[in-house]
Write a protein that binds this ligand. Structure first.
Ligand code: FAD
Ligand code: EPU
Length: 341
């Protein structure tokens, strides 16, 4: 039922060569329950930690995982409801995110196109409240079902229950490690609303010669922009933005702007300013840095990379050095987006 000492190298986009003490896959809730029961029954699995794995595109394995890794492969894409304006699609947590986006585009369902090409699976999408190019998962989220690991029952979560924030949800905070997300229902628009607020999208649409917007064209524009600056994990190991863009007060921003007139910041509705962490890191001289096989990407300083055989702890140390130097130069503390395992 379990594989022992199982290499996770192909199961994390950083390509870190670490092993799981025990590894198994589940396709259904019943099978998940079986895995957990067996783990509890067999004394040798007692007190073992459990880790739920999706596509492995937002984790850094800092060593072998002493415990049980359960890979979520719950599949299925199903239209469960429809009204005048919306279509509701229930999707298994183990479905690939980008394939779901393509399914929606093919069926003329709008809302996800700005989130094209984000790696990983459906299950992590609400966990992380994934976001890109002016859109976040919460904008199309309807509800999800998650399995409570200790009470052994399925629980429904609506929009409010998930407490979505910037790359945050209740599942990363108050309910951390308590639930396994089994399926997610999204609400897609029949009549598209095009979000091209992120400047680069309009520029790219123009470069593509697009006159009339469509969800297909926006998806392609996003794919083009992403491919031009984010490293492809099948070529260079990475987990996307390693850090979050930090939020500071408008007062602190004004002070920083005097010392660093080119600093990049975006005003938020409630007065604070979000800084571009990539800019801060680049100004500290890290962009293109490489030590052994651990590095900071040449085109996007926010992305840490594994050029081949870096160990997880080498990437972690590099991230600590970057945090320290950004704090030293700007007085701003970067927080990691990637989950450290
Ligand atoms: P994993 O890495 O497998 O897991 C991430 C976390 O979620 C872990 O803590 C895991 O335990 C937990 N988890 C996973 N599935 C479940 C489940 N079913 N139930 C409970 N917990 C679960 N993110 C963005 O938001 N925007 C981007 O633009 C973006 N660009 C990226 C570009 C690249 C090149 C890469 C490599 C990553 C990028 N990311 C981006 C990060 C990543 O793609 C997302 O965070 C994605 O949602 C992670 O999905 P995953 O299935 O790979 O999760
Ligand atoms: N910048 C630099 N130097 C760099 C990188 C960026 O100066 O090396 C500047 C850019 O010039 C630009 C600004 O930083 O002015 C923002 O850069 P970009 O548009 O590339 O976006 P980002 O803030 O670096 C965020 C998300 C991405 C998401 C993009 C597009 C976070 C942590 N990251 O990146 O999400 O795809 O916006 O919306 O919020 C992820 O979460 O893994 C991820 C890739």
């Amino acid at each position: 039922m379990y594989k022992e000492n199982f290499s996770l190298k192909k199961y994390n986009t950083f390509g870190i060569d670490a092993a799981a003490q025990y590894f198994s896959i589940f396709e259904t809730v019943e099978r998940l329950e079986e895995c957990i029961e067996l783990k509890n029954r067999e004394t040798k699995y007692e007190k073992l930690k459990t880790f739920i794995l999706g596509g492995g595109s937002n984790i850094l394995l800092t060593g072998n995982f002493e415990g049980l890794v359960l890979k979520n492969e719950v599949k299925g894409i199903e239209i469960v409801n429809e009204d005048d304006d919306f279509v509701y699609i229930k999707t298994g947590a183990g479905e690939n995110w980008h394939q779901l986006v393509l399914y929606c585009i093919k069926n003329n369902l709008a809302g996800m196109e700005n989130l094209s090409l984000i790696p990983g699976n459906v299950g992590a999408s609400p966990m992380q409240n994934i976001g890109a190019y002016g859109v976040e998962l919460k904008d199309m989220f309807y509800e999800l079902e998650a399995f409570h690991l200790s009470e052994k029952k399925l629980v429904k979560f609506g929009l409010e229950d998930c407490q979505f924030g910037y790359r945050e949800s209740v599942f990363k905070k108050k309910l951390k490690d308590q639930f396994v997300i089994i399926n997610v229902t999204y609400r897609l628009n029949k009549i598209p609303y095009f979000n091209t607020s992120y400047g680069a999208i309009e520029q790219e649409l123009e470069a593509m010669g697009i006159k009339a917007f469509s969800i297909q064209a926006i998806s392609q524009a996003v794919i083009n922009i992403r491919s031009s600056k984010l490293p492809d994990p099948t070529v260079i190991g990475n987990a996307g933005s390693f850090f979050k863009n930090p939020e500071i007060s408008s007062q602190q921003f004004k002070t920083l702007k005097i010392a660093f007139p080119n600093i990049v910041g975006y005003a938020l509705d409630y007065g604070n300013v979000k800084l571009a962490a990539g800019w801060l890191i680049e100004q500290c001289g890290w962009k293109g840095y490489r030590k052994g096989d651990a590095g900071c990407h040449t085109k996007q300083a926010l992305v840490l990379v594994n050029y081949g055989h870096a160990k997880g702890h080498e990437i972690l140390i590099l991230s600590e050095e970057i945090i320290a130097s950004v704090k030293d130069k700007f007085g701003v503390v970067l927080e990691r987006e990637v989950n450290i395992i």
